[in-house]
Design a protein. Structure first.
Length: 109
C-alpha cells in the first residue's frame, strides 16, 4: 500500500510520530470503504515523495484507529490535517486537488 516515504500512523504511534515530530506532518484520515479516500490515496503518496526531509506524510485508517480521530473531532473522511509543533495548524475535509493539499502543507514549512 505505502510508498517508501508514506508513513502509517496509528493510535499507538500518533504521539511519538506526529505530535512530537520536528517537521510538519500531513495526515490523511481514511477508511477502505470510503471511495473519495481511495481516490486521493495516490496523491497523498506522491506528496510524501515530494516532501522527503521537509515534512512527514502519512495515513491513518479510522476503522483500525478510532481513538485519535475521535479526539480530533473527525466526523467525515477523507479528513486531512497538518500538525506542527504538536498542534493541528490546518485541516480540510473531502477529496481535494493535489495542489490544494500541497499548498496547505507548504504554508507550515
Amino acid at each position: 500500500m505505502a510508498g517508501a516515504n508514506l508513513q502509517t500512523f496509528t493510535d499507538a504511534n500518533f504521539s511519538s510520530d506526529v505530535l512530537n515530530s520536528d517537521v510538519p506532518v500531513l495526515i490523511d484520515f481514511w477508511a477502505t470503504w470510503c471511495g473519495p479516500c481511495r481516490a486521493i490515496g495516490p496523491m497523498v503518496e506522491e506528496i510524501s515523495n515530494e516532501f522527503v526531509g521537509r515534512a512527514k506524510v502519512g495515513k491513518m485508517n479510522v476503522d483500525e484507529n478510532p481513538v485519535t480521530p475521535s479526539q480530533l473531532g473527525i466526523t467525515s473522511i477523507p479528513a486531512l490535517f497538518v500538525v506542527k509543533g504538536g498542534e493541528v495548524v490546518d485541516m480540510t475535509v473531502g477529496a481535494k486537488p493535489k495542489r490544494d493539499l500541497i499548498a496547505m502543507l507548504e504554508k507550515h514549512l
